[in-house]
Design a binder for this molecule. Structure first.
Ligand SMILES: Cc1ncc(COP(=O)(O)O)c(C=O)c1O
Length: 482
């Protein structure tokens, strides 16, 4: 239930927690920010944290832990095999999902590696509402193909659809029939669809996907990394969920899906990951890969303190006071930007605010990487670190041609329980300034382009002197302000 303000501006999100441990931040002068992004090859991944004021590159592994999580870390049980910490994690999984079988993995992509290794062979396809970078890389590494079946509304930057991450169910069924079930490695539902703006999937759609998989004997997989935001949206946007408890929703999903995996860097405010399933035969088929790639079955490559934090954090994922914080802060930021005319993905989703760079810099071609250019410009404007989620984050086609992204997004992630409202107001203010000066933003070109996951460590150079011009304009408008 939201709290009403007597004299509020927009709906103001209210934190149901207080800050008790703090970390000092620095904000460099704008000239130094420009030098830092140029030294980082215009890739926000290559910036050093000391040069960043607000780190909005991701929500992964940077969520604030609770007092209960840090307390739990003190009682971790260190042992190679049979650690009590693992059994506490297993009990938390049982409480949240109702599932007994748990395989720990060191993070989400490790679970993806194991699923791809088990289910994908050359010629097989993985059907998804939308790909995630690491998921696709693992499927293609095994010689498989990713087919995206998100409902067409998911790729429209703006509409009123509450669940833009939904599968197109008709297309899903037709694709399984066309390929034949034997050629489908698995069907993966990504909760809180990352690359299209953190957009949720409805409970109804997830259950329908599981039913279709069941009908054709195809394995259904839920990527639950962003499930806590998604559950918030189910509770607030989907009639059938209004009177269900969060626990009932998690349990129902685990009953419907063959496999659930997650990154605990997102789900559970911690670090680590896991694969869970009610089906013991499925677990047996995956289990052998855990000691091979991760570590023994009771630690999976995760240190025991993180396992304790994961256990406690998973339990907190049931609590609407906690899980509403991210989506409500994001909604506030999106509304602030939208009211000013900045093109943003709407409705607001989870994970972060997403700027639509095709409209921010409409004349810039895909091959000058508009989302990366806007991300670099946001860093220069405010010491704020976004993440490029556009063409740069795509893989080239097997013949080497560019694959242009459907959406060119600069993502401002809002790590959970981390930022204050004044910090978000500052972000909105600097992005509004950049919007007013958008004609100064120029493109980028490659200096070093890695073959795999190029967005992580590729280096680019600005075309022309647009960054110097942006700094000059900043000085004109802000005087000696940082
Ligand atoms: C939806 C989704 N799945 C999987 C992953 C991979 O998880 P990890 O970063 O823990 O490897 C991520 C990470 O951002 C994600 O957003």
């Amino acid at each position: 239930m939201s709290v009403k303000f007597y004299r509020a501006e927009n709906q103001v999100p209210l934190e149901m927690h207080k800050v008790r441990v703090v970390q000092k931040l620095t904000l460099l002068p704008v000239e130094e920010r420009m030098r830092a992004i140029q030294a980082a090859g215009n890739n926000t991944f290559l910036l050093r944290n000391r040069d960043i004021y607000l780190d909005m590159i991701t929500d992964s592994g940077v969520n604030a832990m609770s007092d209960r999580q840090t307390a739990a870390m003190h009682v971790a049980d260190d042992s190679y095999a049979g650690s009590e910490s693992f059994y506490r994690f297993k009990a938390a999984v049982k409480e949240v999902f109702g599932v007994d079988n748990v395989l720990p993995t060191h993070q989400g992509r490790a679970a993806e590696n194991i699923l791809a290794t088990r289910y994908i062979t050359p010629g097989k396809s993985a059907l998804m509402n939308f790909h995630f970078t690491t998921t696709k890389a693992h499927v293609t590494r095994m010689g498989g193909e990713v087919i995206e079946l998100v409902h067409k509304s998911g790729l429209e930057p703006i509409n009123d659809e509450p669940f833009k991450g939904d599968f197109d169910l008709k297309e899903l069924e037709e694709t399984i029939q066309r390929l034949t079930p034997e050629k489908v490695g698995f069907v993966r539902v990504e909760a809180g669809t990352n690359l299209i703006g953190g957009q949720p999937v409805s409970l109804e759609n997830m259950c329908a996907v599981a039913d279709i998989c069941h009908k054709y004997g195809v394995v259904s997989v839920l990527d639950a990394s962003l499930l806590q935001d998604n559950v918030y949206f189910m509770k607030t946007r989907e009639a059938q969920c209004k009177y269900m408890s969060t626990r009932e929703i998690y349990h129902l999903l685990a009953d419907k899906m063959d496999i659930i995996y997650f990154s605990a860097r997102k789900l559970g405010f911690a670090r680590g990951g896991a694969i869970i399933s009610h089906n013991s035969d499925i677990i047996k088929g995956l289990m052998e890969f855990i000691p091979l790639f991760e570590g023994f079955l009771t630690y999976g490559g995760i240190d025991v303190r993180s396992i304790e934090a994961m256990a406690e954090g998973l339990l907190e994922s049931l609590d609407m006071d906690y899980i509403s914080h991210g989506p409500e802060f994001i909604n506030y930021l999106v509304k602030e930007l939208d009211d000013y005319g900045v093109p943003v993905i709407k409705p607001a989703g989870g994970l972060g605010a997403h700027i639509n760079c095709q409209e921010f810099v409409p004349d810039m071609p895909h091959n000058q990487y508009p989302a990366a250019a806007v991300s670099a410009a946001i860093y220069i404007a405010g010491g704020i670190r976004p993440m490029e989620r556009g063409t740069l984050s795509e893989q080239r086609e097997p013949d080497g041609t560019e694959r242009y992204a459907e959406l060119e997004l600069a993502r401002l992630a809002v790590p959970r329980r981390v930022f204050t409202l004044s910090q978000l107001k500052y972000v909105a203010d600097r992005v509004k300034w950049l919007w007013d000066n958008r004609e100064l933003i120029g493109g980028l070109k490659w200096v070093e382009e890695p073959e795999v996951l190029r967005f992580f460590f590729g280096r680019l150079k600005e075309i022309g002197h647009w960054q110097e011009d942006l700094v000059d304009k900043f000085r004109q408008d802000f005087g000696d302000s940082l």
